[in-house]
Design a protein. Structure first.
Length: 581
C-alpha cells in the first residue's frame, strides 16, 4: 500500500489532469477561470499602493496652501486661510437674510487683510499658536477631503520662502512633526523650483506675491542675489478697494449728508470695502496699459475685458467692438456696489488700470519719494540685474520668469519687460544715477564727438598738404588700426565650429521672458525624480534638538550641496538649513 507521501509525489496522468478552461473549455468540469488584467485596466489597489510610495507636496504661502502628490502637474487642492475657512460648526451667518447688505465697519489699512493671512514676516504681534492651528486645520482638510491618504509614515516635500524667520519655520516644522507623525521633511525654495520647472538652470525669478514682490537671481540652481519690495497684490487690492469706495460715494452722494460722515469717508487710513469684494474685482477686471498707452488683448480670446465675470456693459453703449483698435476705454462697467449688492455702480474701464499702475509701477511718484523697500517692479528688476556679475547678468536677463498671483494681471508682464528694456537703453549698466551722472554722460559724449571731428579734420588737412596721400574719388580711405575689423583666424573658426556642434545655441544679452508652471509643479517634478534636497530633516532629530540641531559645515562648497547629499559629520548623519539658515 502506498504511503501518503508517495501518493502526493505522483504526477497525475494526462487523462486525470484537470484542464484549464481558457485553454480547453470543458463544460463537464466547471472551475473558476484565471483572471487577467490588461495594462489599461489595472486593479485600483495597485495604483493606490503606488501613490502611497510617493511623497506629498505641500506649498505654504501667505494666503493659500496647496497640496498634492508627486509626479502630478497641478495640486489636488488649494485652500485659503480667510474667515470663511475658519468658521465654527453651526455658523450660518453667511446665509442669513440681509447679511450681504449689512453695514460694513471701516477698518484701518494696516490690519485690513490680517484675517485672510496665515502669517507675515513681521512677527510683532503675531500669535504663533494660531499659526500652528491654521496649518493643522488646512492640512487635515486637505488630507481627509482631497488627498484621501494616511499621512503617518509619509514623507513630505514642503515649499517655503527661502528668507523666513526661524520662529515661523520652527512652528511649521513642529506642527507637521508632532501632529501628523511624519518621518521626514524636505524643504525646497520657490525661486529654484520655478526655474527648474521652466527647463532652465539659470534665470531671474520675479515672484509677485501678496505682501511683497521678490526678485531672485538663480545661477546654476543656486540663489546668488535677492531683492524685495512691498509693492505687491495687497497694495493693488487696497487701491482697488479705494477706487470702488470712491465711485460708490460719488454716485450715492447726498447733499444732506453730515459733515462728519464726509470727513470720515475722506480719511485714507480707513477703508470700508471688504477684502473679498475688492479681490474679486481685482481678479476679474484689473489690467495694465502698455508703455505706449494701448489696451492689451489676450491672444486666446476676442472677448472684451468688460464682458468677463459678472460685470456687464452698460445698455446705452455700443457692443459691436471686439478688437483693441476700436475698443473704447471709457466705456462704463457695471459693478455691484460695496454698500449694497442689489445696486450697481458705473466705473469706466480705464479706471481699473489705475490701481495696478499706481501700486506696482509707481507712476505718480518721483524718484526721491521712493525708499529701498518701496521700489517699483521694473526698477527693482533693473537693480537686481545691475547687481549681478556681467556673465551671470547676460544669462539671467534673457530668462526673466514671472510667477505668483500678480503675474496673471492682463498686460503686466509685457509692460514690465518694456519698462526694463527702456531703462537699459537709456542708462545702460551704469550703477550711478542722478543729475550729476546725467551731466557727466552728456559731457563725455560731447568730448568724444569733438575728438572725432578733430581727427577727421586732421586727416583731411594731411591729405590736402601731401599729394601722395590724396585718393581718387573711387578709392576708400584706409581706417586706423584701432577701428579696422579684426582679421579672422581660420584655425579658431574651425575650433569654434567643432565646439558648437556638441552644444545647443544659448540666448544671452537680450531682454526676454520665459513661462513657468510654478513652484508646486517644480517640487512635484523633483520629488518624482527621487532627487534629494539640501535640507532633509528627520523627525527624531528635530524633536530632540529642534532647529539648533542643524549642523552647518563652514568649509562645504556649493558642489556637494548641488549633489543633493546630506553631510556626514563625526560618523553621524546631520542636516543643514541651507538657504534658511
Amino acid at each position: 500500500m502506498a504511503t501518503a507521501a508517495g501518493y502526493f509525489d505522483r504526477k497525475p496522468s494526462s487523462a486525470t489532469r484537470p484542464r484549464l478552461s481558457h485553454l480547453q473549455p470543458d463544460p463537464s468540469s466547471p472551475h473558476t477561470p484565471q483572471r487577467t488584467f490588461s495594462s489599461a485596466f489595472n486593479s485600483p489597489s495597485l495604483s493606490f499602493r503606488i501613490s502611497e510610495e510617493e511623497p506629498l507636496i505641500f506649498e505654504f504661502g501667505t494666503r493659500h496652501f496647496s497640496a498634492g502628490y508627486a509626479g502630478e502637474s497641478a495640486p489636488r487642492c488649494r485652500l485659503g486661510f480667510g474667515p470663511e475657512e475658519s468658521r465654527r460648526v453651526g455658523d450660518y451667518r453667511k446665509w442669513m437674510p440681509g447679511y450681504a447688505e449689512r453695514k460694513r465697519k471701516r477698518r484701518r489699512v494696516d490690519i485690513w487683510g490680517d484675517d485672510h493671512e496665515l502669517w507675515r514676516m513681521d512677527l510683532r504681534g503675531l500669535d504663533m499658536g494660531l499659526v500652528g492651528d491654521k496649518i493643522e486645520r488646512a492640512v487635515r482638510e486637505a488630507v481627509t477631503k482631497h488627498l484621501l491618504v494616511d499621512m503617518k509614515g509619509k514623507r513630505l516635500v514642503v515649499v517655503l520662502p527661502s528668507l523666513m524667520p526661524h520662529p515661523l519655520l520652527n512652528t511649521v516644522l513642529g506642527t507637521l512633526f508632532t501632529r501628523f507623525q511624519n518621518p521626514g521633511i524636505t524643504l525646497l525654495s520657490p525661486p529654484v523650483l520655478s526655474t527648474v520647472v521652466a527647463g532652465l538652470r539659470s534665470g531671474l525669478v520675479v515672484d509677485i506675491g501678496w505682501r511683497e514682490t521678490v526678485v531672485a537671481g538663480i545661477y546654476d540652481y543656486r540663489e546668488v542675489h535677492e531683492n524685495r519690495t512691498t509693492r505687491a497684490m495687497q497694495m493693488v487690492t487696497l487701491e482697488m478697494a479705494r477706487l470702488l469706495e470712491k465711485h460708490d460715494t460719488e454716485q450715492r452722494k447726498d447733499a444732506t449728508k453730515p459733515v462728519d460722515a464726509v470727513k470720515e469717508e475722506a480719511d485714507d487710513t480707513l477703508v470700508a470695502v471688504d477684502l473679498e469684494q475688492a479681490e474679486e474685482v481685482t481678479t476679474r477686471m484689473a489690467w495694465c496699459r502698455s508703455r505706449l498707452g494701448h489696451t492689451p488683448t489676450s491672444p486666446k480670446s476676442k472677448v472684451l475685458p468688460a464682458q468677463l465675470g459678472n460685470a456687464s456693459i452698460a445698455e446705452d453703449e455700443p457692443t459691436e467692438s471686439a478688437t483693441s483698435s476700436d475698443f473704447n476705454e471709457d466705456i462704463p462697467i457695471l459693478i455691484p456696489s460695496p454698500s449694497s449688492p442689489r445696486v450697481s455702480i458705473h466705473i469706466p474701464f480705464s479706471a481699473f488700470a489705475l490701481p495696478v499702475e499706481t501700486a506696482l509701477l509707481g507712476d505718480s511718484l518721483q524718484r526721491y519719494e521712493l525708499d529701498d523697500h518701496d521700489q517699483p517692479l521694473h526698477k527693482l528688476i533693473y537693480r537686481s540685474l545691475l547687481a549681478l556679475p556681467p556673465d551671470v547678468r547676460a544669462v539671467c536677463m534673457s530668462r526673466i520668469i514671472f510667477t505668483g498671483g500678480g503675474s496673471n494681471i492682463l498686460g503686466l508682464k509685457a509692460r514690465l519687460m518694456d519698462e526694463v528694456a527702456a531703462l537699459v537703453e537709456a542708462r545702460g549698466w551704469d550703477s550711478v544715477e542722478g543729475k550729476a551722472a546725467d551731466e557727466r554722460r552728456r559731457r563725455l559724449k560731447e568730448i568724444s564727438g569733438n575728438r572725432q571731428l578733430t581727427k577727421a579734420k586732421k586727416v583731411e588737412t594731411n591729405n590736402a598738404n601731401n599729394p601722395m596721400n590724396s585718393k581718387t574719388p573711387g578709392e576708400n580711405i584706409p581706417l586706423p588700426a584701432s577701428q579696422a575689423p579684426q582679421v579672422t583666424d581660420p584655425i579658431e573658426e574651425k575650433i569654434r565650429r567643432e565646439q558648437e556642434k556638441a552644444t545647443r545655441p544659448t540666448v544671452s544679452g537680450v531682454i526676454r521672458g520665459v513661462e513657468t508652471l510654478g513652484a508646486w509643479a517644480g517640487a512635484s517634478l523633483l520629488a518624482s525624480l527621487r532627487i534629494k534636497g539640501v535640507v532633509e530633516i528627520e523627525r527624531d532629530a528635530f524633536l530632540q534638538h529642534g532647529l539648533a540641531g542643524a549642523r552647518r559645515d563652514a568649509e562645504a562648497s556649493a558642489a556637494p550641496q548641488r549633489g543633493m547629499a546630506r553631510p556626514s559629520i563625526g560618523g553621524q548623519t546631520g542636516w543643514t538649513l541651507g538657504p534658511w539658515a
